[in-house]
Design a protein around this ligand. Structure first.
Ligand code: KIV
Ligand code: ZN
Length: 512
């Protein structure tokens, strides 16, 4: 099929703006390489001017990625644009994405500028970006609440200055599908030279309409969809990649457009993003939720057994969901693990593989059936977290019906061992008190949740915590056969993320 929608993924930029979803450079690189394997056309790798950490991550992604375009975000100000150009420069296909608000409410209260001033800012921003990078995208922030004719004038100026993509964001998730499609149609009919650019849309999910709005826009002629894995993003999130891609594929009869996405890689990348960000996917989430393919009612089960298409519009294997029992056991060698991980899309260095292998053996000694989720948890904790400030060395718990709960914890802090014993109201409370005392943290535990990673009483427990300190919020995640150890790991993971955030402060960014 000729007609194609460009998939622009913003998991690493808008997705990282989800409360607590901070990622370090190693984590961003891992997600970027999976996005490339998934077949994403454009990877928005970050906001280089936000912090040196962001700049470094975008630059490293630009150096690594070969097939996808690597894009950086920049406000419509010269310093941001120059910094962004520098960060994306090593990419084979670099792009600068610059933006300015166009709605009356943003102009009046936030920017305190007139329409003519904003028009000139947009023009100058695109001109500068174009002088530094051939591929320039321009976004009119809060486009869905902007005056349509002004929007078209701004887009016209952006095209004149060389922008190749014009993005219409529904920044606050306010639009309704028919209305949003009409806006796309209006822009396409009333912007001079629009045939020289691709029309893009970027929808937020505040009313739960991000996917519907994006699909309506595609029907109206938009040919770039800005999306994020699992729909993560600012507030209620962005349009989810998996929902748009699977809608276009499942209802090709209606949309008649294609994407380059290898849909069999959707589930693995969804799990990776969950592991790295600590943001759980709701069980009833379309496509990647745990219940998305679970048939509870007898009538449905009966139908699916007779012919899956009676109640399943997507075959689970189309999105990479398969029965996930490893044929590996405690006698398996390193080669088998390497090749299994390669099938799952993980390519590890020898040192990383050695560390994963040791943890795998350890788990296989204690758990009979090991699932993909178990192996993924090992890879993501063991490899991605290797540069953490705090590491759990040892945990001993005394607890039960007749014992006062007591925890003895040993941590490696910046390479030095330190230990502490504490009592608590329960074993987790005791362990958390000991960790808090050792790390001297003043973080508050805002949320604690625990679930089983797989079926069975020998499943690993998976714990997610939400921590807050000095206005910073971080999520932490940990898994282990022992749920107290999983809880301790999650707490330590959250504390490490807070440290990372403190070391990479993000300045207040007008309107991003
Ligand atoms: O939501 C929004 O408007 C954005 C822009 C920066 C594209 O994220
Ligand atoms: Zn956004």
């Amino acid at each position: 099929m000729e007609d194609r929608v460009i998939i622009f993924d913003t998991t690493l930029r808008d997705g990282e703006q989800s409360p607590g979803a901070t990622m370090n450079t190693a984590e961003k690189l891992r997600i970027a390489s999976k996005l490339e394997e998934l077949g994403v056309d454009v990877i928005e790798a970050g906001f280089p001017a936000a912090s040196p950490g962001d700049f470094d991550a975008v630059r490293q992604i630009a150096q690594q990625i070969q097939k996808s375009t690597v894009c950086g975000l920049a406000r419509a100000i010269p310093d941001d644009i120059r910094t962004c150009a520098e960060a994306v420069k090593p990419a084979k296909y670099p792009r600068i994405h610059t933006f300015v608000s166009t709605s009356e409410i943003h102009l009046k209260y936030q920017m305190k500028k007139s329409q003519e001033e904003v028009l000139e800012i947009a023009r100058q921003a695109v001109r500068l970006a174009k002088s530094l990078c051939d591929d320039v995208e321009f976004s009119a922030m809060d486009a869905s609440r902007s005056d349509r004719d002004f929007l078209c004038r701004v887009f016209e100026a952006a095209i004149e200055e060389g922008a190749k993509t014009l993005n219409i964001p529904d920044t606050v998730g306010y639009a309704i599908p028919e209305e949003f499609a009409a806006l796309v149609d209006y822009v396409m009919k009333n912007t001079k030279n629009i045939d020289k650019a691709i029309v893009s849309v970027h929808c937020h999910n505040d009313l739960g309409l991000a996917t519907s709005n994006t699909l309506a826009a595609i029907r109206a002629g938009a040919r770039q969809a800005e999306v994020a894995i699992n729909g993560i993003g600012e507030r209620a999130g962005n349009t989810s990649l998996e929902e748009v891609v699977m809608s276009l594929k499942t209802r090709q009869d209606l949309f008649k457009v294609d994407t380059r996405i290898d849909t069999t890689k959707i589930v693995p990348i969804s799990r990776l993003v969950t592991m790295i960000t600590g943001i759980q996917v709701q069980p009833n989430k379309a496509i990647v939720g745990a219940n998305a393919f679970a048939h509870e009612s007898g009538i449905h089960q009966d139908g699916v057994l007779k012919n899956p298409m009676t109640y399943e519009i997507i075959r689970p294997e189309t999105i990479g969901l398969h029965s996930n029992k490893l044929v590996l056991g405690k006698h398996s060698g390193k080669h088998a693990i390497r090749s299994y991980l390669a099938d799952m899309g993980y390519r590890l260095t020898d040192d990383e593989l050695q560390s994963v292998f040791e943890k795998f053996k350890n788990l296989a000694d204690r758990k009979k059936d090991i699932a993909d989720e178990d192996l993924e948890a090992i890879v993501n904790e063991g490899v991605l977290r290797s540069s953490a400030l705090f590491k759990l060395e040892y945990l001993h718990i005394a607890s039960g019906t007749t014992v006062d709960p007591m925890a003895h914890v040993k941590l490696l802090i910046n390479g030095r061992s330190a230990e502490e014993s504490c009592k608590g109201n329960g074993p987790i409370d005791a362990a958390y008190k000991a960790i808090a005392s050792l790390t001297r943290t003043s973080a508050t535990l805002m949320r604690f949740s625990i679930s089983a990673l797989t079926d069975g009483t020998d499943a690993q427990g998976e714990v997610t915590v939400r921590l807050k300190e000095d206005g910073l919020v971080a999520l932490g995640r940990g898994s282990d056969l022992d749920i107290i150890t999983a809880s301790a790991k999650a707490y330590i993971d959250g504390l490490n993320r807070l440290e990372h955030m403190k070391a990479n402060p993000v300045p207040v960014q007008d309107g991003v």
